[in-house]
Design a binder for this molecule. Structure first.
Ligand SMILES: *Cc1c(COP(=O)(O)O)cnc(C)c1O
Length: 620
């Protein structure tokens, strides 16, 4: 596990060089270097690094895969893609996305009014905008305004009520117009095939979205009656996120392809495109036996092109343009969260904590002998003896025969024996040993919030790759669980024997040790919640100049305490007054102290809520 599964989830984006993890781009700087550089400027707490070159890589890879598939099959329809804003709406991401996608005619997808405004402001004219989700009259009117601005916008009908509103808005906004400007129209279809996995609810008959075939026929008639049929040009579906398996997609493609062909045959000449939604999976796993995706992008693109071609051929209709709305695939890899380890909770199990007496109970003495004499050849036997003795000793404690010190010695010795035995037997890799790792795990307290930065881990059990920034030339041996700094016991990444995770044994008073959480660029940021009032971490964009040297842009510090409270709509003047008053009126303080405390108070209020580095390091 020295490489932390980098070859599984890393996609060549990072490499291990000497003892650090480095960016596999430009002059290949280490993440540790970049982190230290930013921290030297005074930014403490967790830092989110964004790498626009990785956004560009994903967009290029996606377009290349479809271009290749189209060439291979001599497919005549076009290929287009949009980025679904719900995956990441942060300005530092969106600006970079728009910049690096220049040349691909890459657009944005919006699912709400606020997202639509982002799309209208930042999509280059001509690049596609698609609008999905529930819409009211105002949102539909915004789509018409976008079309009248010159945007290439498609409004997806999710239900018949929405279509009625579209007709109404059309009549209001185009009533004096001889050449009415109308957004392109798409219909979301309700598939009988559904997605799989934890995000499967977006597809299938019970899905929140889409028209049944009966409604589709009705929509067709309504559009025809209001002279809008020639705006109908897209069929849309989305079967769910993080599709681990490609089979449901193939089923959905067949279904949608046939609906497309049927509508074409009915004379919907303007119909030209199939929008296959998102769902392209990202490999988050750090263990080969636990991978999340069973297909490659090439297979995905080939399947889409091949199936559409087959249906078009057999039904004798033109091959449709393909649209994708993959978001996770585009955004996940672009950001890395880096957080300092603050403390290790296992100090109590060090040899120096033993309080052995002149005369120990015989079983405690025996534990000590087992520990002293433990070697590779007897490790298994002694380990079993130790576990056995512990059971007996705990029973003796319950019955009042041994005291608290004896019990403490028992716990320490058994833990030391397990640790040493696992180390001695590390090449044997048996299940029995794996189960025991649970008992000796080290708890790493890390300066970040799971709720803010990895909400899908908390809510859905989604795994994210984790590795330390350095010491990668040394095999880590501590089975590790990670605790965040919220006061919530759910803010923990447990050690799981089935996908064991190890970190290095370090003394945080002597050296800094950072953990990096990868593939956090999709969904995590805006879903992140301010539990305990920990807010979005400090963020920075990392770019490379022509010589391959990196530079930093767009530094935004995590919100300070007063801004956090202001965001919750507290009256911050009142807070300010109240705090000041309480210090100034205090009868316990002299003038000097008051001035000093006020100074400190205002300094603290201007800082963010994450913890500073531990005292020992700060003094260095
Ligand atoms: C969420 C969503 C997407 C993006 O899905 P990913 O799994 O992130 O690719 C695409 N289209 C629609 C309609 C969505 O709701």
């Amino acid at each position: 596990m020295k490489s932390f599964g980098l070859d599984i989830w890393g996609d060549n984006n990072f490499i291990i060089k000497n003892d650090t993890v480095n960016i596999n781009y430009g002059t290949q700087p280490s993440l540790l270097n970049i982190t230290n550089h930013i921290r030297e400027k005074g930014y403490k707490g967790p830092i989110l690094l964004r790498f626009p070159h990785l956004i560009k890589k994903q967009i290029t890879t996606l377009f290349d895969a479809f271009t290749q598939a189209k060439n291979e099959f001599e497919y005549k329809g076009g290929f287009h893609a949009v980025f679904p804003l719900k995956v990441n709406q942060f300005p530092n991401f969106v600006y970079e996305l728009v910049e690096v996608s220049n040349g691909y005619n890459y657009g944005l997808e919006a699912g709400s009014k606020a997202e639509l405004i982002i799309a209208m402001a930042f999509t280059p004219l001509g690049a596609p905008i698609t609008v999905n989700g529930f819409k009211d009259k105002e949102m539909i009117a915004l789509c018409f305004i976008a079309a009248k601005m010159g945007h290439n916008i498609t409004i997806t009908i999710e239900g018949l009520g929405e279509l009625e509103t579209i007709i109404q808005v059309h009549e209001e906004l185009n009533k004096d117009n001889n050449t009415p400007i109308v957004p392109k129209i798409g219909v979301r279809i309700r598939l009988h095939s559904s997605g799989i996995g934890i995000w499967a609810k977006s597809g299938g008959y019970s899905s929140k979205f889409g028209l049944t075939s009966t409604e589709l026929l009705e929509a067709y008639e309504m559009l025809k009656e209001h002279n809008l049929l020639e705006s109908l040009w897209m069929i849309h579906f989305h079967i769910g996120s993080q599709m681990g398996d490609i089979a449901p997609l193939k089923k959905a493609l067949r279904e949608a392809g046939n609906i497309y062909a049927e509508l074409k045959k009915r004379g919907v000449d303007s119909l030209r495109a199939i929008n296959i939604g998102g769902g392209l999976a990202v490999e988050y796993s750090q263990h080969t036996h636990n991978q999340e995706r069973n297909y490659s992008l090439k297979e995905f693109a080939n399947d889409v092109i091949y199936l559409m071609q087959e249906i078009a051929k057999s039904k004798n209709v033109p091959e449709p343009d393909i649209f994708t709305e993959s978001g996770r695939f585009i955004a996940a890899s672009h950001s890395v969260l880096i957080a300092p380890v603050l403390e290790l909770f296992s100090q109590e199990y060090h040899e120096k904590s033993l309080r052995l007496k002149e005369q120990n109970p015989p079983l405690v003495q025996e534990l000590f002998d087992l520990y002293s004499l433990l070697k590779r050849t007897n490790a298994r036997e002694y380990l079993h003896d130790a576990l056995d003795h512990m059971e007996s000793l705990l029973t003796l404690f319950d019955l009042g025969y041994i005291d608290l010190e004896d019990r403490s010695n028992t716990e320490i010795l058994v833990n030391l024996i397990i640790k040493k035995a696992i180390y001695l037997l590390k090449d044997e890799d048996t299940n029995e040993l794996k189960k025991l790792q649970d008992r000796i795990q080290e708890r790493y307290l890390v300066n970040f919030s799971v709720f803010q930065s990895l909400p899908d881990l908390w809510g859905l059990g989604q795994h994210f790759p984790i590795m330390p920034l350095n010491k990668l030339d040394i095999k880590p041996t501590n089975p590790a669980s990670i605790w965040d700094i919220t006061c919530d016991s759910d803010g923990e990444i447990e050690f799981k024997p089935k996908i064991p995770f190890y970190l290095h044994d370090i003394d945080v008073e002597k050296e800094e040790y950072f953990l990096a959480f990868f593939l956090t660029g999709a969904y995590q940021e805006v879903l992140g919640m301010r539990h305990n009032l920990f807010t979005h971490p400090t963020e920075a964009i990392i770019k490379f100049d022509n010589d391959g040297n990196y530079y930093t842009e767009g530094l935004i510090e995590s919100q300070n305490l007063i801004d956090i409270l202001d965001d919750l709509d507290y009256d911050t003047n009142l807070i300010d007054k109240s705090l000041k008053y309480k210090i100034e009126e205090s009868t316990m303080l002299n003038k000097e102290e008051k001035r000093d405390l006020l100074g400190r108070l205002y300094l603290y209020l201007s800082e963010n809520s994450y913890l500073k580095t531990i005292q020992a390091l700060e003094e260095k």
